[in-house]
Design a protein around this ligand. Sequence first.
Ligand code: FE
Ligand code: FE
Ligand code: ZN
Length: 278
Amino acid sequence: MFMIGCHLSNSKGYSNMAKQSVEIGANTFQYFSRNPRGGAAKALDMKDIAKFLEFSIEAGIHKPLAHAPYTLNPCAKEPKTAEFAKYVLESDLSRLENIPGGLYTIHPGNHVGQGPEKGVGLAGALLDVAMPASQTTTLLLETMAGKGSEIGCTFGQLASIIDLVGEAKRPRIGVCFDTCHVYSAGYDIVGDLDGVLGEFGEVLGMEKLMAVHLNDSANPFGSRKDRHAKIGEGSIGLEAFGRIINHPLLRDLPFYLETPNEIDGYKEEIALLKSMRD
Ligand code: FE
Ligand code: FE
Ligand code: ZN
């Protein structure tokens, strides 16, 4: 099954996002767990969630992916920011237990001058504390472009973060592979997709690859910049996306578009990608 969807606004609730997905030919979607630039969360509407879960079964909606706010920095330096990160992680993970089978993606963080090694250590330690043993939601670390002091821009850093989480919790951690970010970080998914996935398998284990953010890049290969382009309009290009969505190691994963589009643009992109599936 081709699981494809896009980032949607959750301002009108879960049922609305599921219906919108169906309208644009999608069978999954991504949304922000709370205000992406602040961190405030709306109270959960349990009636809406019940309706959503029922509709999802009927309509075949799979693996809704919650994206953490950008203000969450798992390797913060300032005590206040670190406390906020712990609070948001714990609160989001607890709220998401109401959405069975859901995924939750976070950016591994910005080391803000502490160095990537310290950043990796802080992020791993925080996850170990904030992830409850009973958690059923799968937490995904997003592959980053490496802009500024971002960590998580190498597979090795992601593996080191996961290694710091208690073994019993590790099956509930995976990686969200952002095509724009990995290409900007210097992984050549255009010229050598097999090689990049081989390296991922060696360093992280293929079972850790659990979701794909499907974005073209407005910047050249290895730029360490993070600006998304529409599919086929950036440096990755349409042909490479054909290979990505059909690759045997990727094709059964959920794909989420985060391209600069309004809803009609997403509908077109989804139709285009569907036409490119083998
Ligand atoms: Fe992201
Ligand atoms: Fe992304
Ligand atoms: Zn990005």
